[in-house]
Write a protein that binds this ligand. Structure first.
Ligand SMILES: [Zn+2]
Length: 272
C-alpha cells in the first residue's frame, strides 16, 4: 500500500546538495514528531544541488490546527517510522509562479522506505531556496525562513522524539544481509546491465533493504552502477547486520565512503 502524506504536511525542507542523496524534514500536525528523511537517489530539475523550504498554500495548516484542538491527532498513519531511509522516486518541484528563488509551485516527493512506498504530493506550495554550502543536513535549529508563517508553526527542532523502537538485546550482528530476505532474491550482475538498468536494480534492492532499516549513503564519487556493484558484490554478501531491527526505527547504515579510494585518500590527507 502506498502511503500518501502530502495533505498532512505543514511545512518541510529538502536538502539536495549532494549528488545522490535527498535529505530533509517534514513537519506534520498534532503530536506527530518531525519526520527526518535520509534518502538515496537524485532529485530532478531545479531541485538538484539545492536546499529548499516549503509549505502548502492550501488550508491544511488551519484544518490540522482545528482538528488538533479537538484532540484529533491521528491524521498520519500509526506505525510510521519517523526516520525514513530508502531509494527515491520522483523528487521534483515545478515552479508555477515566481522566480527561481521563491514562489509557488507543485512538489512531488516519492520514496520507498521502511513502511513501503510513500508519496508526498503537494499541488500548491510556497517555496524558497536557501543559500547553503552545506554538503549535509543544515542546522535544524535554524528558524524556518518563510516570512509569514502562522504563529503556531514551530521551527524545526532536533530534540523531537522519534519513534522509540522496541528494545532488544544487542547481540552480535550475525546475519548476512542476503539471509534476511524470506524468499531468495535474484539480482543480475552489474556487468550485464546498462547504466539505466543498473540504477533501476539499485533502487529495487534499496527498497528491499529499507524494509529492514538498512540504508546506503553515497559519496559524490560513486555512480548508481558503482553503488549497485558495491551492494551486490560486497555489502549484501559479506556484511552482517542485526535482524532484530526490522520493523523498528533503528537504522543500519552503510556508506560508499568506506569503499571509495578518493574519499579514503581525502580522509588520510585531512589535517586535524
Ligand atoms: Zn567517495
Amino acid at each position: 500500500m502506498t502511503l500518501r502524506l502530502g495533505q498532512w504536511v505543514q511545512h518541510g525542507e529538502l536538502w539536495c546538495q549532494r549528488r545522490y542523496s535527498v535529505g530533509g524534514c517534514l513537519r506534520f500536525g498534532g503530536d506527530h514528531p518531525l519526520m527526518q528523511l535520509e534518502l538515496t537517489g537524485q532529485s530532478q530539475g531545479i531541485l538538484r544541488g539545492r536546499r529548499v523550504v516549503f509549505r502548502p498554500l492550501w488550508n491544511s495548516v488551519d484544518y490540522l490546527h482545528e482538528s488538533n484542538k479537538e484532540g484529533g491527532t491521528t491524521c498520519v498513519a500509526t506505525g510510521l517510522v519517523w526516520h525514513q531511509v530508502g531509494p527515491t522516486g520522483r523528487v521534483e518541484l515545478e515552479i508555477a509562479d515566481g522566480s527561481e528563488r521563491h514562489g509557488a509551485g507543485t512538489l512531488r516527493l516519492e520514496w520507498c522506505g521502511q513502511n513501503g512506498p510513500v508519496v508526498v504530493n503537494m499541488p500548491r506550495i510556497e517555496f524558497q531556496f536557501i543559500d547553503s554550502d552545506l554538503a549535509g543536513p543544515p542546522h535544524l535549529s535554524e528558524p524556518f525562513v518563510l516570512t509569514d508563517l502562522p504563529d503556531h508553526v514551530e521551527p524545526f527542532d532536533l530534540s523531537d522524539p522519534f519513534d522509540p523502537p522496541d528494545l532488544f538485546e544487542f547481540a552480535e550482528a550475525n546475519v548476512l544481509i542476503t539471509d534476511l530476505f524470506e524468499e531468495p532474491v535474484r539480482f543480475p550482475p552489474a556487468k550485464r546491465l546498462n547504466d539505466a538498468q543498473a540504477e533501476r536494480q539499485l533502487k529495487r534492492l534499496l527498497a528491499k533493504l529499507a524494509r529492514y532499516g538498512i540504508a546506503l549513503e553515497v559519496c559524490d564519487h560513486f555512480t548508481p552502477r558503482d553503488c549497485y556493484r558495491l551492494l551486490t558484490e560486497v555489502i549484501c554478501v559479506k556484511q552482517r547486520v542485526y535482524p532484530e531491527t526490522a520493523g523498528t526505527a533503528w537504522i543500519q547504515s552503510f556508506s560508499t565512503w568506506e569503499f571509495c579510494e578518493t574519499c579514503l585518500t581525502d580522509f588520510q590527507e585531512c589535517e586535524f
